[in-house]
Design a protein around this ligand. Sequence first.
Ligand SMILES: O=C(O)C1=C[C@@H](OP(=O)(O)O)[C@@H](O)[C@H](O)C1
Ligand SMILES: C=C(OP(=O)(O)O)C(=O)O
Length: 425
Amino acid sequence: MIFTRTNALKGEITVPGDKSISHRSIMFGALAEGTTRVTNFLRGADCLSTIDCFRKLGIDIEDLDSEILIHGKGLHGLTAPSSMLDVGNSGTTTRLISGILAGQRFTTELNGDESIQSRPMKRIMEPLTLMGADITSIRDNGCAPLRIHGQKLHGIAYTSKVASAQVKSCILLAGLYADGTTSVTEPYLSRNHTEIMLTHFGADITSKGTTATVTPGKDLHAQEIIVPGDISSAAYFIAAALMVPDSEILIKNVGINPTRDGLLRVCQDMGADITLLNENYGNGEPTADLLVRHSELHGVTVGGSVIPTLIDELPVVAALACFARGTTVIRDAQELKVKESNRIDVMVNNLRAMGAHIEGTDDGMIIEGGYPLHGAIIDSHLDHRIAMTFAITALASDGETSIKGADCVKISYPGFYEDLTRLAK
Ligand SMILES: O=C(O)C1=C[C@@H](OP(=O)(O)O)[C@@H](O)[C@H](O)C1
Ligand SMILES: C=C(OP(=O)(O)O)C(=O)O
């Protein structure tokens, strides 16, 4: 797919539903008594993998266009699948479902695509094993495919080395099946959608600082869930409007949970003109419309506790830094190496190909901004976040940018190119 420089971006856009919240709505709906209705569900390939897995576990899930209906069967209602579960490209599906499967009365095997088969699963295997789970990496390499023999589980107090919502959620979900209280402490607070949504479903969850605790024994009850727009998808339009002169756009109904809104804070630190309008609240999740105007940016240092709040947006921050005066340092972001691709290497190689002054480090990137970018051939490594980042970077760069594997955006944002074309006429 080819992209070139564009005129100012103008107009309004509504981005699709949040990926993290969409996954959780299916999983918790399946474990609840009664029918959960979900509107603005993200029909990206990752969330469709979650639906597919829960159908194989015996849950009736109806897709009615305007909403998804999940006919939950309660905490103990899942049934053994007749074949291996396919998690596709989705780390969230893999890690969260493993916590649930660890507490069932049957055995499951699950596997995904090439990228999933190289992503680290020891981070969930270790705590689940401490809880008494029987979970093995079938090729004994700490990655999927995984085999999970359901067991009686014990509560643990676990301190995680990584700030990861997937690890935290996996342990909390296993904790629903344990014989006592389970708590997870992480180095920095990661996204807390599991804690918020499980509480709404009726689970006994408490949060204090960076520790979340679940006490089992409560049944879950069906909910009505309206999924807010995904800030991780809004990120590409925010960045495009900031990069392209004279742009002014309104992005409607975006989730701005403080454990997810790091991009807004970092952009504002860089000098970005972003105004929050029409702030609202639903299902425990805050939302707002974002008015974004082209801005002169300057470099910043991004690290520490803000990192988990914008982990999926760091490719966009690196691209934005090329258009900012001075140096931007991204640190404490080692996690970027174990996403759908090694996002440090892939960003450095591709931005360099476009003429950026960028260096990779062990835990991030250093970018010297202010050097004009030019088109190049970009290898997305089939990583949706990389493809979308370069599609918008190309709009503010000279010449032609060609993106290999551009179709991978379907993982989190199937209509991305159509929406971008509408804003950047
Ligand atoms: O819990 C979630 O929904 C997610 C957590 C993050 O992963 P980690 O928990 O591995 O940081 C994020 O990168 C991913 O896109 C979605
Ligand atoms: C890392 C991501 O997702 P997951 O871990 O679910 O594959 C992402 O969407 O950027």
